[in-house]
Design a protein around this ligand. Structure first.
Ligand SMILES: NC(=O)c1ccc[n+]([C@@H]2O[C@H](COP(=O)([O-])OP(=O)(O)OC[C@H]3O[C@@H](n4cnc5c(N)ncnc54)[C@H](OP(=O)(O)O)[C@@H]3O)[C@@H](O)[C@H]2O)c1
Length: 247
């Protein structure tokens, strides 16, 4: 792997340096959004992200999860991508211990109640209780079913999830390194709410054409300026880190 920005010249970097670059800064909250897209901007192929991913993408996605306090995800992505929570191997555990982190970060799923059944693997297969970030209009029976399946239900907002309140509920629990793994509706809403601190975008060496959407969607909002923090390249994959506010 090579660092091509901000060094000027392509400079080889090892795993230790990669981990350093992808370590969350020491802030009261740091919310990172992770996406992989094709060169023509597609966010899925055949309805899934995995065909876009490459070994270097998986490496940095793993780092984002390994160094996080909590994973944040939209209900559709949790279902479509068959999320099961984090099941750390020895390498992940050693890395987390080195950084003083709990063994397993919980997953927090955003839903109004429509797209997250109580038997979702992200709830039933998780090693630590999944947080369901929902709103007051989620039916009582649905909330009870989530709890009965082992989830912890957090109400943030009335008719839709108030993402600022939901993120505040995470940080109040000490979950301040937030690793958002999509999808585009959640990312669009987080962007509109000004809650994203960093975008980790992988450009995958594929041209897909087709009907796929892009990494953020939702109602029109004011474009956010970004600062390029690092650019890495391995084989034909580009790994970009952008900050929403210069550090
Ligand atoms: N390339 C990548 O890196 C990547 C990453 C992730 C996902 N994806 C792809 O993206 C696709 C899914 O896209 P998506 O945009 O539909 O997924 P999404 O953002 O994960 O899920 C949308 C759902 O999340 C809940 N949600 C999001 N924002 C909310 C808010 N502010 N308030 C309340 N609920 C909210 C809603 O669930 P309820 O309906 O339950 O209310 C909504 O229907 C899949 O094809 C997946 O493979 C790609």
């Amino acid at each position: 792997m090579h660092q091509i920005w901000p060094t000027g010249d392509a400079r080889p970097i090892d795993d230790g340096e990669l981990e350093r670059l992808y370590t969350y800064p020491d802030r009261p909250r740091w919310l990172v959004a992770n996406f992989v897209a094709s060169t023509d901007g597609a966010v899925e192929v055949g309805g899934k992200a995995r065909p876009l991913s490459t070994p270097p993408d998986r490496k940095v996605l793993q780092l984002g999860s390994d160094l996080a306090d909590v994973l944040l995800i939209g209900a559709t992505t949790a279902m479509v991508e068959d999320f099961r929570g984090v099941h750390p191997d020895q390498h992940t555990l050693a890395r987390r211990h080195r950084h003083g982190l709990a063994d397993i970060p919980p997953t927090a799923v955003v839903t109004t109640g429509r797209s997250l059944p109580a038997d979702a693997p992200v709830i039933t297969q998780a090693r630590v209780p999944t947080l369901v970030l929902t709103c007051a209009t989620a039916p009582d029976a649905t909330r009870r079913a989530w709890t009965d399946s082992g989830a912890e239900v957090v109400i943030a907002g009335e008719e839709t999830v108030d993402l600022a309140a939901a993120v505040a509920a995470l940080t109040e629990r000490g979950l301040r390194r937030i690793d958002c793994e999509g999808g585009p509706h959640l990312f669009g809403a987080l962007t509109a709410a000004g809650l994203v601190d960093e975008l980790r975008l992988t450009i995958s060496p594929l041209l897909t054409a087709g009907p796929a959407g892009r990494i953020a969607t939702g109602p029109p909002t004011t474009p956010a300026d970004l600062t390029l923090a690092t650019a890495l390249a391995e084989d034909d994959t580009l790994l970009l880190r952008y900050l929403t506010r210069p550090r």
